[in-house]
Write a protein that binds this ligand. Structure first.
Ligand code: IPM
Ligand code: MG
Length: 370
């Protein structure tokens, strides 16, 4: 069965890390009978420079139909200064893909690595046994709500406005996604909002509680306020299994979980849309990190978040959980063997570049599959 994969390397280090992720994907084509039809297209600033838009309509259509989309990262100072008008889905290619494909369920897993324990700012005893997923709502809330904009007031000063908004249906599908995930894990869901001060948070808590009582009463639901959650993630992260939250809190809290593996360069993500009639779903895989303009083009970026995103693609789009685990074990083994990009090194450890890190993972794939 041939699956379609759309590759969108994007800008900055996105291009470099995606190249390594694709070498790993290629390994599975060569050794494990993975059958892919691959197409690569421009996204973000790279697309703007050629086509005058951050994403082409044709790319959105191809992404909609693809079995999976693998992204690098988008943006950079060169394009920030354009100050394009409009909503995020109008001025940013990645936001448009998230919105138009309705990729509402954003999975951001975080776990510690023995080899990186010194790199994490958290104490080893806090890291022990941590295994969590931030499930971030990705297509609504504060980042997309209307009205929004900057308006000029009568006294000529300005007023910036964003709207936080969630409907019952938007919260319900997040609750189902959270309990569905937790069902195959430890069965614990933390639902995170600010219902003490926000109306959208009051509704969020009410709807998640109802879905829990109706369909998942055998699982544990814990409500937690987002500010407290930020502290809990660094003081007692072991308590979390699935942490479901809105778009903005999920953006913030998932960056905090970078402290668990020891840096953003280790965090992959999957963004999943609604089930299609044939039981597949639109899906986009990307590292949580950005384009890192300061180190772009130097060949020193850490490709592991991109490679781990490819592992998530194996699991969530290609129905190849065993292959996903193999990639994850290869990454861990490469780290155990001392492979470190510059962002992962402590105490004067020797460092390697992006491609050499790709080599290290491929060597472990060979070794583990022998
Ligand atoms: C992320 C990023 C994006 C977001 C930015 C680049 C628009 O921070 O994926 O977490 O806020 O969603
Ligand atoms: Mg972010």
């Amino acid at each position: 069965m041939t699956r379609t994969l759309l590759v969108l390397p994007g800008d900055g280090i996105g291009v470099e890390v995606t190249e390594q992720a694709m070498r790993v994907v290629g390994w599975f084509e060569e050794h494990r009978g993975l059958d892919l039809a691959i197409e690569e297209r421009l996204l973000g600033g790279a697309c703007y420079d050629v086509h005058g838009v951050m994403v082409e309509d044709e790319t959105v259509e191809k992404a909609r139909r693809a079995d999976a989309v693998l992204c690098g990262a988008v943006g950079g100072p060169k394009w920030d200064s354009l100050e394009l008008e409009g909503a995020p889905e109008e001025k940013d290619g990645l936001s448009r893909l998230r919105k138009e494909l309705d990729l509402y369920a954003n999975l951001r897993p975080a776990r510690p690595y023995d080899a990186l324990k010194k790199k994490s700012p958290l104490k080893p005893e806090i890291l022990d046994g941590v295994d969590l997923i931030v499930l971030r709502e990705l297509t609504s809330g504060l980042y997309f709500g209307q009205p929004r904009g900057i308006e000029t007031l009568r006294d000529n000063s300005e007023r910036g406005l964003d709207t936080q908004v969630y409907t019952t249906a938007e919260i319900e599908r997040m609750a189902h996604a959270a309990f569905g995930l937790a069902r195959d894990r430890r069965g614990i869901v933390h639902s995170v909002e600010k219902s003490n001060v926000m109306e959208s948070g009051v509704l969020w808590r009410r709807v998640v509680s109802r879905v829990h009582a109706e369909d998942y009463a055998d699982m544990t639901l814990i409500h937690m306020l987002a500010d407290n959650c930020a502290l809990q993630l660094v003081s007692n992260p072991r308590q979390f299994d699935v942490l479901v939250t809105d778009n903005m809190f999920g953006d913030l809290l998932s960056d905090i979980t970078g402290a668990i593996p020891g840096g953003l360069g280790m965090l992959p993500s999957a963004s999943l849309g609604p089930m299609r009639d044939d039981r597949t779903r639109p899906a986009l895989y990307e590292p949580v990190h950005g384009t890192a303009p300061d180190i772009a083009g130097k060949g020193i970026a850490n490709p592991l978040a991109a490679i781990l995103s490819a592992a998530m693609m194996m699991r969530w789009s290609f129905d190849r959980a065993g292959d996903a685990e193999l990639i994850e074990r290869a990454v861990e083994a490469a780290l155990d063997g001392g492979a470190r990009t510059i962002d992962l090194a402590v105490d004067g450890e020797a460092t390697i570049g992006t491609e050499a890190m790709g080599d290290a993972v491929l060597a472990e794939l060979d070794r583990l599959s022998d």
